[in-house]
Design a protein around this ligand. Sequence first.
Ligand code: DP6
Length: 360
Amino acid sequence: MNEQDFILEPYNKAIENGSYTWQSPSNIALVKYWGKKESQIPENPSISFTLDACKTTTTLRFKKKIKGDIFSFDIFLDGKKQDDFKPKIETFFKRIEVYLPFLKDYHFIIETSNSFPHSSGIASSASGMSALALCLMSIERESTPEMTERYFNQKASFLARLGSGSACRSIEGDLVVWGNHKEIKGSSDLFGIKYPYKVHKNFKNYQDTILLVDKGEKQVSSTVGHNLMHNHPFAQERFKQANNNLSKLIDPLKAGDLKAFIEIVESEALSLHAMMMTSLPYFILMKPNTLEIINKIWNFRQQTASNVCFTLDAGANVHVLYPEQEAEQAMKFIQNELVAHCQNGYYICDRIGFGAKQTQ
Ligand code: DP6
């Protein structure tokens, strides 16, 4: 598939108005995307677990208007008009207009809500942009009834990527690869694909307890962070490392080797933050409590046979990952030792999910 395949013939069915609702989850990367080229093309491939509880619900209402030169839309978060989101949506619409030529034919009302705090470091851009892309694809599918499920999902992922890179990994589950990788069949820089190889039962229903260390707005946005990988002294090595880590993950995923999995996942998280600390300008998104939690996880693993491990996104929060069969022991540890390091004791129990769902 290339970009041209996502441009359809003019539709012959005109739709006056309507509305669609999609629920789309967040995802947590195991091998991280950090650094991109023009048009949201990643510098290296990434792989993520799709989440289940952390999600965005978006209703898109649309009504035909006289075609003009501007995108016409209003956006509401939890029922409140959110004009500060408009520039991001405007940029998204501009990028995808060539693939969805109907965008200027309608006035849109976008109503969105998240199951988690906005800008908590949980990727609301991933769930939000994927939910919006799916609603838009539902309109296109209505005009193109012969569209296959596969095309629908691929194009939804392709469009979501143009809104926010990691969003392209939120359409399906439970493990998704985005970015061309020589050992992963069907992988593409343009959209996410379901991980195509065998996954051991140890990784089924994997748990992710998200510890909210700092719920504040991020000091540095992901977009700024990605850009700092241009001319970064370690960029090329980092992109190589991510490719190698994805190669190295294939066997442990197949064999259920939790120790090997942990080593790759934790190393990826720390490498991501190492890139932030060594860019110019340099910055640190971890907080003292992030490090307290990491150290407690390491101590706990040393003292017990636990396979609890951590990963981090571009923020201070910690995703604590563990197999389902260790859930009871892990939750006790989290409650007794880790929750004290969360802001207002706030954490979210999540697990691997299977992707977005249309609800209306
Ligand atoms: C650290 O997808 O938020 O979470 O494409 O600029 O919207 P943009 O960036 P975004 O970056 C996410 C980076 C990350 C790692 C990952 O999810 O792979």
